[in-house]
Design a protein around this ligand. Structure first.
Ligand code: UD2
Ligand code: MN
Length: 289
């Protein structure tokens, strides 16, 4: 009996193809140069299997996890270009069934990364039967394909070995940069807090939610998790959150009232580009006391 490879991702749906292996074959370290001069035009040519909206899935096997990658975004076009250049090949090599969501905050309001993550989750679940959500800063690029962008039995922190911090965990409860949650895990903690306007500690608050819900944090081996963070300065409109430490202290009391179940937003546009889906959103602004 001969085995014919499906001709397209759609064919794979109907063909009786085997499940993908838990650890995809031929993964290893790769060079990452974050100063590379990348052209947006070349990325689709180098990734012919990526479909409109930044969606791809393996052709030769059926993936267990359906992954939505969610990126919080505003005014980081250069970073996004580098991220897409390195991450589409990476995710395909890992035999990911995935799509990329770039959740962009409108101008003139203080940035709120956590709220954008909640919007990304809420919108992505309407599109497809995703069971894994990976929340990624736009400036972090993994240097080893064995760092599997997948969900696990517990929420997973994958930015535990950054060049910026000499490839060490910054502090023992660090939980920023890149984190992966199954749908159940994310619902269990009611998503991120919506209350962090500006920079800082929304990741610590997320960590506390995970602990309060009785889960643990998993991390890949530090050699495998080696990643680069594109060097940048603090963005205008993302100044430090004034009450951030107080908010973290309140987590246990507030988490079931502040999160996915209290999220309010207005979609400005929802557009499928060649390499990603852009969701531009008005998430409101901080109420000044
Ligand atoms: C750390 C955390 C990050 C977040 C942040 C505090 C790690 C490795 N990273 O990163 O996850 O918790 O501290 O808020 O622990 N962004 C824009 N436009 C903006 C501002 C931010 O697109 O104007 C997005 C972008 O995806 C960026 C992310 O938000 O990567 C986090 O912001 P950052 O890179 O300024 O924060 P950083 O590097 O201090
Ligand atoms: Mn950063």
């Amino acid at each position: 009996m001969s085995f014919t490879f499906p001709q397209s991702a759609e064919d794979a749906e109907i063909e009786d193809i085997p499940w993908c292996q838990e650890i995809p074959p031929n993964l290893g370290p790769r060079a990452v140069d974050t100063r590379l001069n990348v052209s947006f035009l070349n990325i689709p040519l180098e990734n012919p299997n990526v479909q409109n909206g930044g969606r791809s899935k393996p052709r030769i096997c059926r993936a267990q996890q359906k992954i939505a990658i969610i990126i919080p975004f505003r005014n980081r076009e250069l970073h996004l270009k580098i991220w897409l250049y390195y991450m589409h090949p990476f995710l395909q090599k890992q035999q990911g069934d995935y799509a990329i969501y770039v959740v962009e905050q409108i101008q003139n309001t203080t940035f709120n990364k956590a709220r954008l993550m909640n919007v990304g989750f809420t919108e992505a679940v309407k599109d497809y039967d995703y069971n894994c959500f990976i929340f990624c800063d736009v400036d972090i690029i993994p240097m080893d394909e064995r760092n599997l962008y997948r969900c696990s039995n517990n929420p997973k922190h994958m930015a535990n070995s950054l060049d910026k911090f000499k490839f060490r965990l910054f502090y023992s409860t660090s939980f920023g940069g890149v984190v992966a949650f199954t749908k159940e895990q994310f619902l269990k903690i009611n998503g991120f807090s919506n209350s962090f306007w500006g920079w800082g500690q929304e990741d610590d608050e997320l960590y506390k939610r995970v602990m309060s819900a009785g889960m643990k944090v998993e991390r890949p081996n530090q050699n495998i998790a080696r990643s680069r963070m594109i060097v940048h300065s603090r963005d205008v409109g993302n100044e430090k959150t004034g009450n951030r430490f107080h908010l973290v202290k309140q987590t246990g009391k507030h988490m079931h009232m502040d999160g996915l179940n209290s999220l309010k937003y207005e979609i400005i546009s929802h557009t499928k580009h060649q390499l990603y889906t852009n969701i531009t959103v008005d998430i409101g602004s901080e109420k000044k006391k």
